[in-house]
Ligand binder design. Structure first.
Ligand code: ZN
Length: 275
C-alpha cells in the first residue's frame, strides 16, 4: 500500500503544541501543503473561534476533528456545567465545519471504584450531547483510549465497547480510531468491519515506542515504533473511510523539543513512507 500524500494528512495541533499557536499551525499546514488540521480547544479559545474558522477556511484546510469534548465523569455526577461545556464544543465544531467532535469520555470519578457507574455517566453524557449535536448536524466520535487510561482519562477502552454505545444511541455517533490506543486489540479487525463507513469518523496516527518512557507524552513518530500503520489504514479504508489521516504525537522528550517546521517535514516524510 502506498503512503499518504500531504493533502491527505491532517495536523492535530497537539503534535506541535509546545511550539506553535493555532494561527501558526494553520499557516504551517498551508505552507507545507498539509490538507487538514484538528485543533484542540485550548488553542482554539486562545485564537477565538470565529478568527480560527476564517483563517482555516482562507488557508483551504479541512478540519478532521475538534479535540475534544467529554470528561463526563469528573465530579461523579452528570453536572449541568459539563453538559453545557459539551454543547459549546458542539457549537465550536459546527463553526469549524469539523468532520466530528472527538470525545475523550472521562475515567473514574475521584476516589471511586465504581467502573459500571462511570460507564453509565459516560453514556448519559454522550446521549445528552448527541441530542444537541443532531440538531446542528455535528457528528460525535468516541475515541476509545488504551486501557491504561481507564482510571484517569477514559473508561471506554476498546473499539467494540465504543460501538456497543453507538448501537444503543443510534445515528450521528461513531468512533475516532487512534492507532496508539487500539493497535493491540485482537478484535480490532472485526470491530472495524462492524463499524463500517458511517461510524468510522476519524483515524489518528503516531507510533508505539519500545520502551515507552511516559504513558501520556512519549508517543513516537510514525515508523519509529511497533504499530503496523499501513495495515490498520488498509482496514479502515476497506470500509470506505476516506477522511484525512490525522497525525497526533504527544512527545515531551523528543518532537516537542524540535523546531516545528522540522516536525512537519518529518510528518510529511513518514506519511509517505510509514503510513
Ligand atoms: Zn487521538
Amino acid at each position: 500500500m502506498s503512503g499518504v500524500p500531504a493533502e491527505r494528512l491532517s495536523l492535530n495541533t497537539a503534535t506541535v503544541r509546545a511550539q506553535w499557536s493555532l494561527a501558526e499551525c494553520i499557516e504551517g499546514c498551508a505552507r507545507h501543503g498539509i490538507g487538514g488540521i484538528s485543533p484542540w480547544r485550548d488553542k482554539l479559545h486562545e485564537m477565538g473561534v470565529d478568527a480560527a474558522a476564517r483563517a482555516i477556511r482562507d488557508a483551504g484546510l479541512s478540519v478532521s476533528g475538534l479535540c475534544r469534548g467529554g470528561w463526563f465523569t469528573a465530579s461523579g455526577a452528570l453536572d449541568q456545567s459539563v453538559i453545557d461545556d459539551n454543547r459549546r464544543a458542539v457549537d465550536e465544531a459546527a463553526a469549524l465545519e469539523a468532520a466530528c467532535l472527538v470525545m475523550v469520555v472521562g475515567g473514574l470519578p475521584d476516589g471511586s471504584r465504581d467502573l459500571p457507574g462511570a460507564w453509565k455517566l459516560v453514556e448519559d453524557g454522550l446521549a445528552a450531547t448527541l441530542d444537541y449535536a443532531r440538531t446542528v448536524g455535528v457528528k460525535i466520535a468516541i475515541e476509545p483510549l488504551h486501557p491504561m487510561y481507564a482510571a484517569d482519562r477514559a473508561c471506554v477502552n476498546t473499539t467494540g465497547q465504543a460501538l456497543d454505545i453507538c448501537d444503543r444511541l443510534g445515528d450521528g455517533i461513531g468512533c475516532a480510531l487512534d492507532v496508539y490506543h487500539v493497535w493491540w486489540d485482537p478484535e480490532l479487525e472485526v470491530q472495524i468491519a462492524r463499524a463500517g463507513r458511517e461510524r468510522l469518523m476519524a483515524f489518528h496516527v503516531c507510533d508505539w515506542l519500545v520502551p515507552t518512557r511516559d504513558l501520556l507524552t512519549d508517543r513516537g513518530m510514525m515508523g519509529d515504533g511497533v504499530i503496523d500503520i499501513p495495515r490498520l489504514r488498509g482496514l479502515v479504508e476497506a470500509q470506505g473511510f476516506d477522511g484525512l489521516v490525522e497525525v497526533e504525537i504527544f512527545s515531551e522528550l523528543d518532537w516537542w523539543t524540535r523546531d516545528a517546521d522540522e516536525v512537519l517535514a518529518a510528518v510529511l516524510e513518514r506519511g509517505r513512507t510509514a503510513c
